[in-house]
Design a protein around this ligand. Sequence first.
Ligand code: HEM
Length: 429
Amino acid sequence: MSTETQTPEKKTAVPEKEVEFFAPGSQEDTISQGIEVGGGFSSGDLSMRRLLTMAAVSPEGSTDPVDIALKDSLTYQFRHGAPNVEVPPEDFDPPKGRRYSLARISNFKRTKFGPDLKMVIARGDLESVMNVAEVKREERTLLRKNAQMAGSRGFRCLGVATATVGEDGKLGPFQMEGFINVRPRGTGLSGEDLTPTSDDWVRLQVWSGGLRFLHWLNVFLIVTMSVTGFYIMNPFFGDTYFRGIEIGYLMGWMRFIHFTAAFTWIAVGVVRAFMAFTSKDRYLRWSTFWPFKKKEDFRYLRETLGAYLFLRKEGPLYVAHNPLQQLTYTGIYVIGAFQMLIGLALYALPHVSANPIWSFLATPNYLFGVPALRNFHAVIMFLFWAFVIAHIYLAFRADSTERNGGVSAMINGGVYLRRGSKPVDAPEV
Ligand code: HEM
């Protein structure tokens, strides 16, 4: 390493200690079985091929298994001849007293036809390389999340950062480039190990076919009623009388579709209520909608709330709905029941003389007035939309953070739990 090239470590006194990328002891196995390179993550503008090239920069004739594996993998990436990534030993600072090495290279191209750049490459433990590059919090989180995923497949992530050497020979600040995944051969999970029957994960069948059918029927009906209801409130497409054009029977069709979907939805509601009190399936019973059954339930609710507010790292584990979901879904059911009653009241008005049931259902019109009921009906629609947006966001978020497969569970019914977890609402798995 040339003397003009000041690196952060040279300024601070660090004990001279060799730090291995793989834990001591694993080295012999590593050498005998070799190292496997498995993709990586580019956080800047570098292609994965160039990132790999950077990571492979190592001293001439290096016998380090990681260096060998990286150089080997270049031959697969560059079919018409891999670039020379070997540097003279004096241009390479091994990871002494720190968890990364430094290599000086004078002809690195960031893009195929870009200029030859002089730069110093820091390569090694991801966290240490991120520190050198002074990576910002958001980028750190992104890198860590991706590293976590690679880690779950047995990979260690070799961080790569670069600093350009200026005309005057001075070293610029380090910039994070990403990481390359490496693992000792044979340690990874593959094929069957990654399937849900793996020892690490347990798949539980939670949601019955009937419930899933009702869920998607609800989605279809709510969208249909929202589009047609919105049209009744504000005919937002097609011609209108206001422009003096004959609109034909468009509004009639909208109302017909709205009422057909509405009565189907009422039937769905009745079936769901019936299931809540008669089903043998514990996850369909009314009790899964009510989180206050025993003393600890209040604590679980508080802890769940804390996790949602980012005050706690994790809330209690539930296979079905957590206490906040239970309360939200109960709330949505109650609001849905109100929507049905208001809709029925509006629908009943022209039929009051037909029979006493319609005249009873029409009562709210006399108590609140038709305009107020129509307004309530429209406001509840907007509440439903707010719920749908939050519901979809939280479902996808939980699926990606907890890895529980919650989104696909609404299609296939199964969720995943780590073996040994103790959910509140199911026996230990
Ligand atoms: C998610 C469910 C529902 C949504 C989003 C929804 C939405 C709407 C909206 C926005 C309107 C227009 C309100 C206005 O006039 O300003 C409307 C009208 C109406 N809805 Fe619904 N609705 C739903 C369920 C129901 C149900 C269950 C019924 C029961 C029969 C119903 C019956 C009616 C009736 C009778 C009208 C008045 C039609 C008219 O004035 O010509 N709706 N709906």
